[in-house]
Design a protein around this ligand. Structure first.
Ligand SMILES: Cc1cc2nc3c(=O)[nH]c(=O)nc-3n(C[C@H](O)[C@H](O)[C@H](O)COP(=O)(O)O)c2cc1C
Length: 187
């Protein structure tokens, strides 16, 4: 499978990107799936003026982003909690695309916070987003509290006890993703 990890924080001194990098590392170390991070801070999409399919002059990088989204078989959405939800950058990027890009594909959500609660409100809001784009959510969510104590800037785990949270979440994500991917490709 090809797994796309959307890194949803564009803030200059962001911490959540560490988690996206950590998920990629885990998938590469423990599975034979390919995992790539689509970094919204690198894409720097402007606020939506028109969806991609109707845009007379699509913003730079948008066709490339859409290509990588289309190629992927499953997704991980990683976002910090900002004012009780996920980032505007994540919503903006997804709104450019057609919902069919995500249809019949599994999407796991990962929320990040510098505080102790792990951004659970962002995770729950992302679960709603997954339904809105016709993806298949998984019941498990990974919430990463006190992110600066859990991962370093390159996505290495600083807190060994947190590995089981990552593993349980990703194993659940892969269990459903692999089943859905096999079925989708056969039909
Ligand atoms: C605009 C903004 C709003 C935030 N709102 C919340 C919030 O609602 N809940 C929370 O736990 N942390 C909140 N935070 C703190 C984030 O948890 C913190 O910035 C963390 O490092 C993850 O976000 P980052 O990837 O931007 O670093 C907020 C941060 C910013 C910049």
């Amino acid at each position: 499978m090809r797994i796309a990890i959307l890194s949803g924080s564009t803030r200059l001194s962001r911490q959540s990107h560490r988690v996206a990098l950590a998920l990629k590392k885990w998938l590469e170390q423990h599975t034979s799936h390919s995992a790539e991070v689509l970094d919204l801070a690198e894409y720097r999409f402007p606020i939506l003026e028109e969806v991609l399919s109707r845009h007379p002059e699509p913003p730079e990088g948008l066709e490339d982003f859409a290509y990588h989204i289309r190629q992927a078989d499953a997704y991980l959405f990683v976002s910090p909690e900002y004012n009780g939800s996920y980032t505007a950058a994540l919503k903006n990027a997804i709104d450019y695309l057609k919902e069919q890009e995500f249809a019949r594909k599994v999407i796991g959500v990962v929320s990040v916070s510098s505080g102790p609660l792990g951004g659970i409100r962002a995770a729950l809001a992302m679960q709603q987003l997954v339904l809105g784009i016709a993806g298949y959510p998984i019941p498990q969510m990974l919430t990463v509290g006190q992110v600066q104590q859990r991962f370093d800037e390159e996505g290495h785990l600083l807190d060994a006890s947190f590995e089981k949270n990552v593993r349980h979440f990703l194993e659940s994500f892969l269990w459903l993703s692999e089943a859905v991917c096999t079925k989708r490709k056969a039909s």
